[in-house]
Design a protein around this ligand. Structure first.
Ligand code: HEC
Length: 313
């Protein structure tokens, strides 16, 4: 491995002011990271407007951090003062945009409508990326300042860690917005089984049953409040996993093979003026025939044949 080049010909004075600038930038981002971690622990609520920006802004740190990694490899091979400065500058931008992304993400998570467990996982990975990038920037700043190669290796190690975390944060984020079946549901069966998910093979009768008998009921009676737009009680009816997991009560809304234990059935069978009846009071009623169809469908295993509405963006 060729030695990283050392700086020559930088007048002491300019170098000092540069390092000071870099140190200030680092300190600033450290403070911001503490502030964001603090916000993450409180209940500030003004993110309905800011939150959705998260999904746009997140591409910035992603691209920047990848670029830093590529340029760091280039610098390791070829050296160059110019490149060294660009890397530091890009790393500062990366950390700044990571901070912004994490801050916005925290606001977005407050909006609800997402699987709480997944949000938690995604948030932890996000905070992980944030803190490790701050540490990486600190190592880089000091490596430049002291022209210390060992600190530089430390920077590279943290950078590698960041790349791994980026994959994890991206995966959990994708699962949050698109559902874990986003890619798999349309994959060829051999791919599904190879990836560990046994493909569901349905008789054509079972297939048409959901679309013919069940979906129209859910769509007409429940979707308005439990679909892509609203998730009352933190429940969606257009998604088998959400029904299996249940909503706020954390009781499964759907227990395949056991209609009596399925909250969905319990709640639609309540008296018309009961506080908990579904649809809610005055918002329509599931007819006896419809209830029978739902009960039989659950009795027979409650097959969903396809995702019927668009996922929430
Ligand atoms: C007008 C809006 C509205 C409609 C339509 C509606 N719901 Fe709800 N649903 C709610 C609200 C609000 C809650 C949360 C409060 C509660 O649990 O009563 C809820 C909660 C639930 C829960 C409990 C979730 C949990 O785990 O706490 C189930 C199950 C449910 N709905 C099923 C249905 C089904 C099935 C339909 C269609 C037949 C339906 N809902 C139609 C508004 C609605």
């Amino acid at each position: 491995m060729p030695d990283a080049p050392t700086t020559t010909e930088i007048p002491e004075e300019t170098k000092d002011t540069k390092s000071r600038g870099a140190l200030t930038a680092l300190a600033l981002m450290g403070v911001l990271a503490v502030a964001i971690s603090w916000i993450a622990g409180t209940k500030v609520e003004w993110g309905l407007f800011l939150g959705p920006l998260h999904v746009v802004v997140l591409h910035l740190p992603l691209v920047l951090l990848l670029l830093v990694a590529v340029l760091e490899v280039a610098w390791w091979r070829h050296g160059g003062e110019e490149l060294r400065r660009i890397i530091l500058w890009l790393m500062q931008l990366s950390v700044a945009s990571t901070l912004l992304t994490v801050g916005l993400g925290i606001f977005l998570s407050r909006q609800g409508g997402y699987d709480a467990q997944l949000v938690q996982t995604h948030r932890n990975y996000g905070l992980g990326v944030m803190w490790i990038s701050v540490i990486a920037l600190a190592l880089l700043t000091w490596a430049n300042h002291l022209e210390n190669l060992r600190l530089r290796y430390g920077f590279r190690a943290t950078l590698a860690g960041i790349l791994v975390l980026l994959v994890m944060v991206g995966h959990s984020g994708g699962t949050l917005t698109h559902g874990s079946q986003f890619f798999l549901k349309n994959a060829p069966p051999f791919l599904q089984s190879w990836l560990g998910k046994s493909p569901v093979v349905l008789s054509s009768d079972e297939k048409s049953r959901f679309t013919r008998d069940i979906w129209p009921i859910l769509e007409a009676r429940c979707l308005k409040c439990h679909g892509p737009e609203k998730q009352k009680g933190d429940l969606r009816v257009d998604n088998r996993e959400s029904l299996l997991a249940g909503g706020d009560s954390e009781k499964p809304a759907l227990v395949p093979g056991d209609p009596a234990s399925s909250l969905l059935i319990q709640r639609i069978l309540l008296a018309e003026n009961h506080d908990d009846v579904m649809p809610t009071k005055g918002k329509g009623r599931v007819t006896k025939e419809e209830a029978m169809k739902l009960i039989e469908w659950i009795q027979d295993g409650a097959q969903f044949t396809k995702a019927t509405t668009k996922e929430k963006e």
